[in-house]
Design a protein around this ligand. Structure first.
Ligand SMILES: Cc1cc2nc3c(=O)[nH]c(=O)nc-3n(C[C@H](O)[C@H](O)[C@H](O)COP(=O)(O)O)c2cc1C
Length: 397
């Protein structure tokens, strides 16, 4: 894996850290590129108060000079504005339990559907805050920062990454017959990031009801990656297949419980003739070797490799686990039945999940791009990509 990233940071700690290693030198990169995606992740009807407090902005600590990457690890810092309200609670300094008494905001009524209880037992902690601060999806801010750099790299190679919401809490959004040329521009203009304005009104009404009832909602987003050349990834080994790599990346997003590539589960219900995409000549379609598929039910992947058709991945998120009308749990100090703690929370975060899924897709596809075309600099990578495109275009058509 030439492109590697890691994140650090607790939800109410001083900051989040993101380190991305393997970016070639000479990629134009400004804080504004990263900040634009961080802002997109904070949007969405149904978010809680936390997103009003935070105004996420990146500080580059390394790997970027004069607006260009250096080829060295890119380290990024994103400060938590809310930290000032949590300093005492999250203070790393040792504390005198006898003098200070019980810690403020200690959690011993673990929330069903969260890491709270399993983490508390596994890591042998008394306060589930030691677990939930890291399990919180606030961590995905750092992923979106890394993903924004991957998006920049892909865009220099003619590849775009976008998403839109296709389902929320039982309501389907219709995919427009003609997809907009700039999917993200259209989706970002909508409070739920959906392309179906009529369904959106019903979804908003449903979120309002869920909020009044102290309940939460899940949904599905579709990620579309366009402009990929044929032949990224590989069929030769399980861990080089792109469908597997995308599945792992998407399922690592908190609350994501399902991933479909192309028509996904629907393919299992149809016959082969209704599923597989026929191949035809398409002179001028150089990225796919002058051929194309008449349909794209495979979602742009065959044999773990890109086909040159748009990559289509659908990502399903369960409803938010923290309910304002809490579910039953136990008190881990006494074992007595109790109501789960109601930590401040979103009613739904499916629109934000789509932006995070874009980031994960961008990281996987940028990794596959560097794997195939290599290069220590962007110039070298682009030269190798261009030579490959010229070669495959010369084979057919
Ligand atoms: C963008 C985003 C925002 C989230 N916001 C919340 C939230 O406000 N409250 C909550 O309980 N869970 C939230 N979650 C989900 C939890 O982080 C997740 O369910 C939990 O960590 C347990 O992981 P699991 O659902 O994958 O088992 C959010 C997830 C995402 C992707």
């Amino acid at each position: 894996m030439p492109l590697r990233f890691t994140t650090a940071g607790e939800s109410h700690g001083p900051a989040l850290v993101s380190i991305l290693e393997g970016v070639p030198a000479g990629l134009t990169l400004l804080a504004a590129h990263v900040n634009a995606d961080l802002a997109r992740r904070q949007q969405g009807y149904g978010r809680g108060r936390r997103m009003q407090i935070e105004r996420d902005e990146v500080e580059f600590l390394s790997g970027v000079r004069a607006g260009e990457t250096l080829g060295s690890p890119v380290a990024m810092l994103i400060r938590n504005r809310d930290w000032k309200n949590w300093q005492e609670i999250m203070d790393p300094a040792p504390r005198d339990e006898d003098a200070a008494g019980e810690r403020k905001r200690a959690v011993h009524r673990p929330r069903p559907g969260h890491a709270d209880l399993s983490g508390l037992l596994k890591y042998d902690r008394d306060d589930a805050r030691d677990i939930l601060e890291r399990a919180s999806a606030r961590e995905t801010t750092a992923r979106v920062a890394a993903g924004a750099i991957a998006r920049r790299l892909l865009s220099e190679c003619g590849v775009t990454v976008a998403s839109h919401l296709v389902h929320l809490g039982g309501i389907d959004a219709q995919r427009p017959a003609d997809m907009p040329a700039d999917i993200n521009a259209a989706a970002d203009a909508s409070p739920l990031r959906t392309l179906d304005a009529e369904a959106e009104q019903r979804m908003i009404a449903l979120i309002d009801v869920a909020k009044r009832e102290g309940n939460t909602l899940g949904g599905v987003c579709e990620v579309v990656v366009d402009g990929l050349p044929v032949g990224l990834g590989s069929h030769v080994s399980w861990d080089r297949r792109l469908d597997g790599r995308l599945g792992q990346a998407m399922l690592s997003i908190p609350a994501v419980k399902g991933v479909e590539i192309g028509i996904g589960f629907e393919a299992a219900r149809r016959t082969g003739a209704e599923v597989h995409d026929e191949i035809t000549m398409a002179p001028g379609q150089t990225r796919s070797g002058n051929v194309r598929r008449k349909t794209n039910r495979a979602g742009g992947l065959e044999g773990g490799m890109t086909s040159g058709e748009p990559l289509i991945v659908r990502v399903a998120m369960k409803p938010i686990s923290t309910l304002m009308r809490p579910l039953g749990t136990i008190d881990t100090k006494t074992g007595v039945a109790a109501e789960a703690v109601a930590e401040r929370s979103d009613v739904t975060a499916v629109p934000a999940m789509g932006v995070i899924a874009e980031a994960m897709a961008a990281l996987v596809m940028a990794d596959a791009m560097i794997e195939k075309f290599g290069g220590d600099s962007m110039n070298e990578l682009r030269r190798n990509l261009d030579a490959y495109l010229t070669h495959i275009a010369s084979r057919l058509g």
